[in-house]
Design a protein around this ligand. Structure first.
Ligand code: SAM
Length: 223
């Protein structure tokens, strides 16, 4: 867990973000709300975007990718019922912002990113902020991380054409995954729950994510 987050000039903006964009729109898990009030989102975007860091929209992070809108991150984390003892898998590290939140909320975080420059940048930011319970891996996360399975929760931050079977298999019994599923233009954010070895799927919200590119995702020529 992070121990080096100091008060900064954006604490007030974070409080407003939590109150108006998150609690005000139905996010209930107090641990998620507290973590989002703590983690300095402005540290995960380029200088030119810092002043927008707590606004209600995604922000470009390079390589044609974005850090997701705070509300969608909060819906995702809220739905997972994350516990401090959890070992979790994140697919799509991006800037590392959601990774930092997972590191605040869980014991151990494995995060896979296909773009090496994003992975290295996120790793450096996370280390600078004092997170020491995170491993960032470069690769095709649509296949999961079988060597470290099973996971207590899985978060997929890129849109898949369907729920990737290897990811479902890497959930422990009773565990949850949140994943955007659907065509490139618009998807459904789905909560997938493994019960008696089978998936129970609930729709959380409509959304539009960048694509999951890989063996269990879209091909790189899809966009
Ligand atoms: N959660 C991230 C954050 O807080 O900045 C934002 C993630 S961004 C919406 C989606 C990320 O998924 C991109 O960085 C993209 O490169 C990555 N991605 C897409 N396909 C992937 C795959 N097969 N394996 C790993 N990462 C992938």
């Amino acid at each position: 867990m992070a121990t080096q987050i100091h008060p900064d000039g954006y604490a007030g903006e974070r409080q407003i973000m939590v109150a108006s964009q998150l609690r005000g729109r139905g996010i209930r898990d107090q641990r998620v709300l507290d973590a989002m009030a703590r983690v300095p989102r402005h540290e995960f975007v380029a200088d030119e975007y810092r002043e927008q860091a707590y606004e209600d929209h995604p922000i470009p992070i390079g390589e044609g990718q974005t850090v997701s809108q705070p509300y969608i991150v909060a819906v995702t984390l809220d739905a997972l019922s994350l516990q401090p003892s959890f070992k979790v898998l994140e697919i799509g590290t991006g800037s590392g912002y959601q990774t930092a939140l997972l590191a605040e909320l869980c014991r151990e975080v494995y995060s896979v990113e296909r773009h090496a420059p994003l992975a290295r940048n996120a790793e450096a930011t996370l280390a600078r902020l004092g997170y020491n319970n995170v491993s960032v891996i470069v690769g095709d996360g649509s296949q999961g991380l079988p060597a470290m399975a099973p996971f207590d929760a899985i978060v997929v931050s890129a849109a898949a054409p369907q729920i990737p079977t290897p990811l479902f298999e890497q959930l422990r019994e009773g565990a949850r995954m949140v994943i955007p599923v659907g065509p490139p233009q618009a998807q459904e954010l789905q909560l997938v729950w493994k019960q008696d070895g089978r998936p129970t799927v609930q729709s959380l919200d409509g959304c539009r994510f960048v694509l999951l590119i890989g063996g269990q995702g879209y091909s790189s020529s899809s966009w």
